[in-house]
Design a protein around this ligand. Sequence first.
Ligand SMILES: NC(=O)c1ccc[n+]([C@@H]2O[C@H](COP(=O)([O-])OP(=O)(O)OC[C@H]3O[C@@H](n4cnc5c(N)ncnc54)[C@H](O)[C@@H]3O)[C@@H](O)[C@H]2O)c1
Length: 297
Amino acid sequence: MSDSALKTVTVLGSGIMGAGIAQVAAMGGLDTFLYDVNDAALEKARGVIAGSLKKLAEKGKFPAADVDATLARVRTTTDFAAAVTPSDFVIEAIPEKLDLKQRTFVELERLTRPGVPLGSNTSSLMISAIAEPLRDKGRVIGVHFFNPVPVMRLIEIVLGPDSSPQALAATEALAKVMGKETVRVKEAPGFATSRINALIGLEAFRMLESGIASAEDIDKALKLGLNHPMGPFEMADLVGLDTRLSTIRYLHKTLGETFRPSPLMEKLVEEGRLGRKVGRGVYTYDAKGNRIPDATH
Ligand SMILES: NC(=O)c1ccc[n+]([C@@H]2O[C@H](COP(=O)([O-])OP(=O)(O)OC[C@H]3O[C@@H](n4cnc5c(N)ncnc54)[C@H](O)[C@@H]3O)[C@@H](O)[C@H]2O)c1
């Protein structure tokens, strides 16, 4: 697909990721449908997008004069057929449940024009599994965005065994319009990003368990010595220890011993120390989300 064939994009699911994806599509000048089953989620997403555009304009990262027109390019709807029928590219960002995604993709195949790429923002599922019930599996491709979408520069393109060259070319064209960089990865558990990130986090927990250094010093070492923007424990607290543990359990099951879960991480999850979202993980946070310096762990 040439860039000019890409005019209308549909985003399914208007949560954390869907709102951000719709925003960057509209910022790229695309007519954007944002679909959700829940009216309140759509309303919230519109507020989030408006707030984010305003903030970007205040920081001089987006023209203030374009904010209103960009917001107007996002059409929110709970009408699935109306959202997907005119689409040149669909990106699914609904909950991470295989059966839900499969059912949605079957409906997409039925209602969209033949050949329109069907992207999934899944963070862990196999593209081939999502495509499995479709007649034309070549249309399905992984389009993995990062949170927060307007800020993070990468789209990790995940290729299933059947993903077509046309779907790949269209995804690369879409990324360009959205101002994102891309990498191509063949489908494998954890793709490239989640797999390496999980391993660094896991190794940091193993070092903490064996008393090699404190959490603060391991975080500081990776930030100041290796130029990581965040330490592995700060990252684990941000992602959520329960979310991180379930990824690691999946990688352990599929890729083997390298990903054996850390007993310390399991213990923190059992104790409800899930990270920033509950005010306590590896570190402790006050009600405003600021870290309390002398936290124990
Ligand atoms: N949160 C992250 O940091 C992140 C990063 C990369 C990828 N992902 C992936 O993106 C996807 C969405 O994650 P999220 O964090 O935005 O979730 P979320 O819970 O914030 O949003 C999901 C939205 O989907 C809606 N929804 C539920 N069923 C639907 C359906 N049948 N059709 C349309 N909408 C439906 C919900 O109402 C909700 O608004 C998941 O596959 C997740 O694994 C998440």
